[in-house]
Write a protein that binds this ligand. Sequence first.
Ligand SMILES: [Zn+2]
Length: 164
Amino acid sequence: MKGARGGGGTCRRTVRGYTERIISTVTTMGRTLSLLARLPRFEDDGITHRRDCECVRCDAGYRPTEHERAAARRRQVEQKAREQAAREATRRKERERMKLAVVDVFVDEQVRAANDQVQALRDARDRAAADERLAQLWQLRRAGLSLPEAIDEVERRAAGGTRD
Ligand SMILES: [Zn+2]
C-alpha cells in the first residue's frame, strides 16, 4: 500500500510536470505565432517592407516612403541588369572558347588529313617503284639473265635512278 501511494504521488507530480510543460509550450507557441504574424513582409528585393507589412517597425510609423520605394525598385532593376550583363558576358566567353576549341579540332583534323594524304602518296610511290623493279626483273629473266644477274641489274638501274 505504502509503495502504491508513493507511486500515486509520483504519478501526480509527473502529470503536473507534464501539464506545466504543455502550458509553457503552448504559451511559447502562442508568442511565436504572434511574433510570426508580426514578422516583416518584404518586397521582391528582400529589403523594402511591403505596404501591407504589419511589423513592429511599420506599426511604429517607420514605413518606407514612396521615394524610398522608388529608389529601392530602381536599385533592384539596376542590380538585375548587372547580373544579366554578367551572365551574358559569361555566355559570350564560353561561346568564344567553344569556337576556338572547334577551330583547334578543325586544324588538327586538316593536319592529320594532310599527313595521311602525304603518307598515301609515299606508299603509292613506293608500291609503283616496287612494281617497276618487279617488271624489270621479269623482263630481264625472260631476256635470259639468271636471277642473281637480273637482281644485280635491277639494283644497278635503281641506284642510277636515285642519283638523278
Ligand atoms: Zn514592416
